[in-house]
Design a binder for this molecule. Structure first.
Ligand SMILES: N[C@@H](CCC[C@H](N)C(=O)O)C(=O)O
Length: 276
């Protein structure tokens, strides 16, 4: 990559789910799997749960691509969608916008209390869309613990457990991520009902590992909880990094929560050259 002055980026997080954001509008995409892996290294790079690249879009305010820290692509990332939406709203003065991701058109709005809401789209509920490797009932997967599979533009496997705080998320998450039932691997959530329409959730993210929050995972968990008859369509979800509100409406699953701007920086020409 020819970038004699380096490459600007910014760091944001949503409930501790942290992102490096590269704005490639006006010049074309620059992120490669090698750049994502190098940048995602918390010792030799910047470190992130996901890398989000903003690109130009023809019929929307912008387009968004997501990368995991192992260099793989993520089809959806709810918290990064909220962070980038906040960034673009601040730059443009808009309070509502439309953007395009791998799964299609999504919307974001700033609520009166300042929190950012994103419509993550309708959940994917049939086995081909999630995707699963074979025709099984996504509401009762043939795995120990009787989990639910839900797609939110990326695959999720949700376990309902008595106490999410007591689960070995690293051990079980890593094993389920690569189970042959999930041809594209999966994100793994462990959730407990802690009150009426109130859930506690911990997550193992595909391609990244344990994170403090996962927006698409929170949406998938809320959908699974409602389909299992545990909650209504609106829930409060406590994750390790804070609290999200999820509302499964006619037009899709809306997720609302805080975002934080951390710093702006520039990747050095030496860092970029080492990848060439
Ligand atoms: N942190 C994200 C989801 C991350 C995507 C995931 N690791 C994947 O590969 O699908 C969120 O906030 O949704």
């Amino acid at each position: 990559m020819d970038a004699p002055d380096g490459l600007p980026f910014c760091k944001m997080h949503g409930l501790g789910n942290d992102f490096v954001i590269i704005d490639s509008r006006g010049r074309g995409a620059v992120v490669t799997p090698a750049l994502a892996r190098a940048l995602g290294d918390r010792n030799r790079g910047v470190g992130f749960d996901q890398l989000a690249e903003i690109r130009d879009a023809q019929d929307a305010d912008f387009a968004l691509d997501f990368w995991n820290s192992d260099g793989s692509r993520a089809g959806a990332c709810g918290n990064a969608s909220r962070c980038v939406s906040d960034l673009v709203m601040r730059q443009s003065g808009m309070e509502a916008l439309r953007f395009v991701t791998a799964r299609g058109d999504l919307q974001a709005v700033r609520r009166a209390d300042g929190l950012v809401s994103v419509n993550m789209g309708p959940p994917q509920r049939n086995w081909q869309e999630i995707p699963l490797a074979r025709a099984v009932d996504p509401l009762h997967l043939p795995l120990a613990g009787d989990p639910v599979a839900v797609g939110m533009g990326n695959p999720h496997c949700v376990f309902f457990v008595p106490d999410a705080g007591a689960v070995d998320v690293a051990g079980l998450g890593a094993a389920v991520e690569t189970d042959t039932l999930f041809p594209e691997r999966t994100n793994v959530e462990f959730a407990s009902l802690t009150g009426p329409d109130h859930l506690r959730m911990r997550v193992w993210e595909r391609g990244t590992g344990i994170t403090l929050a996962c927006g698409s995972g929170a949406c998938a968990t809320a959908v699974a909880a409602h389909l299992r008859g545990l909650t209504g369509r609106r829930v409060v979800m406590d994750v390790d990094g804070g609290r999200l509100e999820i509302d499964w409406r006619e037009d899709g699953v809306w997720m609302t929560g805080p975002v934080a701007h951390v710093f702006e920086g520039r990747l050095s020409p030496e860092f970029l050259q080492a990848l060439a």
